[in-house]
Write a new protein. Structure first.
Length: 124
């Protein structure tokens, strides 16, 4: 059984690259998610979400992971910055998961019930 779930198809390539980089780093470190959580101060649930591309980690979690794995911080923050811009551009913030994004995309899609209702109410 693979260690990681497949990353969501619809995530931005910069977020995909970042999550993949985090996965490689954790794999090469030999640490499991629980140990990463213990050593970084961020929960195992949060790390599962970060590593599965479901949630963008805050910068301080990325810095903590760099410290725990002995990787220079700028290597990870250099990958994090474009992922953060992509996440922000998609109308998200650090507490928004990709599931929430999918719901928004469906609701805002042309032809959806919500979009049709907005047009019926005179919205543009």
């Amino acid at each position: 059984m693979p260690r990681w779930k497949a990353l969501p198809d619809e995530i931005d390539p910069r977020i995909r690259e970042f999550a993949s980089g985090l996965r490689r780093l954790v794999d090469h470190s030999g640490l499991d998610v629980g140990t990463v959580a213990d050593r970084t101060g961020f929960s195992a649930t949060s790390w599962e979400r970060y590593l599965n591309g479901e949630l963008l980690p805050p910068r301080r979690a990325v810095v903590a992971l760099a410290d725990v794995t002995g990787v220079p911080q700028h290597h990870l923050t250099t990958l994090w910055e474009p992922a953060e811009r992509a996440w922000s551009r998609a109308g998200t913030h650090h507490g928004t998961t990709t599931d929430t994004l999918r719901i928004r995309q469906v609701r805002e899609a042309p032809g959806s019930a919500e979009a049709a209702g907005a047009v019926g109410r005179g919205a543009t």
